[in-house]
Design a protein around this ligand. Structure first.
Ligand code: NAD
Ligand code: UD1
Length: 337
């Protein structure tokens, strides 16, 4: 039996594919390369020392997706495929709703039809909206502030209705906090298109001289140094969480929700300092206005994941920064082919 990894050529999917292969899973990667490059597949093979099947299919292509389920014996799905840029989701809501929601509906339909009833879904801490307090627990109220976040929340609700209608399903929604870093080999990492929106890839490009300076979005938040605090997690720790979630989902039916973070928040200025230390390079910055929609503090209470999944983040901030730097140094232009 195989695990279908949708979006497996992407940032988190590629790191998870490596972990899956190294843990002896047979996997099939499905991706349409809308936000990734084919060369990542060979790099996954090189790092893992194993092989896998690949299908270039768009989740919106019902026949294409059905053919994948016909061709392989799939019993579980790790569902990463989706569009994820918050700003873009505001300017292209229909594209985001269609890709993320319709894509998931087609996937669920085929999972039910072909009896593959286990799913690990990539949700996000964005479903907590503006949290009432930190650290954030899984039972906190849910809300969103943009179409991207709305697609994550809607998919969680769709999956929850699905398990009510069909008790054979076993689903876990992993709510990721802020994944950063890269595989220690320096062969796979985050490769945003154009100017990065997120902090860590932006810092990497400033330190390497590709961007002039970092704009720090506000220093008047109610945080120790006034800048935004987030729960950064090493992408390899995050990848490992999927193996733990897959194993746990095998032991029960129904749906459950897990925070995947370290439980420790770092401010923007702490991130700048940590990257400077890890890389030995300066990261010039200027304080600018707050980014609309940003919150001051966001970090996880990951104790449920530790208790139920037996998973805990292991890598510290210095390792996250060193691995991000190593990836940036070896691939200054990402997966340029
Ligand atoms: P990514 O863009 O690197 O990977 C997503 C992959 O899905 C890409 O390879 C893309 O080509 C593919 N894809 C998109 N739409 C598709 C479709 N219709 N059919 C087939 N393939 C499709 O993103 P990532 O950072 O690896 O994130 C993976 C998942 O985790 C996403 O669902 C994202 O929303 C979620 N997530 C990411 C973060 C983060 O900060 N990176 C945080 C929380 C949640
Ligand atoms: C972003 C997404 C969120 C997603 C999360 C995890 C937005 C608006 N939100 O949030 O939906 O769940 O990633 O992937 O994109 N910062 C700067 N300068 C920059 C970039 C960021 O100061 O150039 C600050 C931000 O204000 C924030 C912190 O750095 O305080 C982290 O920002 P970012 O990496 O974009 O992540 P989130 O804001 O958590």
């Amino acid at each position: 039996m195989a695990v279908l990894v949708t979006g497996g050529a992407g940032f988190i999917g590629s790191h998870t594919a490596v972990e899956l292969i190294q843990n002896g899973y047979e996997i099939v990667i499905l991706d349409n390369f809308s936000n990734s490059k084919p060369c990542v597949l060979d790099r996954i093979r090189t790092i893992s020392g194993g092989d896998f099947a690949f299908e270039q299919v768009d989740l919106l292509d019902r026949e294409g997706v059905e053919n994948v389920f016909k061709k392989y014996s799939i019993d579980s799905v790790i569902h990463f495929a989706g569009l994820k840029a918050v700003g873009e989701s505001v300017s292209m809501p229909i594209r985001y709703y269609h890709n993320n929601i319709t894509g998931t509906l087609i996937l669920c339909e085929m999972m039910q039809k072909y009896g593959a009833k286990r799913m690990i879904f990539s949700s996000s801490a964005t479903v907590y909206g503006t949290p009432k307090s930190v650290p954030i627990r899984e039972d906190f109220p849910l809300s969103t502030t943009n179409p991207y976040g709305e697609t994550k929340l809607m998919i969680e609700r769709i999956l929850s209705d699905l398990v009510v209608s069909d008790g054979e399903f076993s689903i876990s929604c992993l709510r990721y906090f802020n994944p950063i870093g890269a595989h220690k080999s320096g062969l796979i990492g985050e490769d945003p298109k154009g100017i990065p929106n997120n902090l860590m890839p932006y810092i990497c490009k400033v330190a390497s001289g590709q961007l002039h300076h970092l704009g720090v979005f506000g220093n008047d938040y109610d945080t120790p140094d006034g800048t935004g605090v987030r729960d950064y997690i090493h992408v390899v720790d995050l990848a490992r969480a999927h193996i733990a979630a897959l194993r746990e989902a095998e032991t029960r039916q129904g749906i459950d929700y897990f925070n995947i973070g370290t439980g420790r928040g770092y401010s923007v200025l702490e991130m700048v300092k940590a990257y400077e230390k890890a890389s030995g390079l300066p990261v010039p910055y200027e304080i600018t206005a707050r980014r609309p929609g940003d919150i001051g503090e966001c970090y996880a209470d990951p104790s449920k994941s530790e208790r139920v999944l037996g998973w805990k983040a292991e890598y510290d901030l210095d390792t996250m920064c060193k691995d991000a730097y190593n990836w940036q140094k070896n691939n200054p232009n990402g997966y340029e082919e």
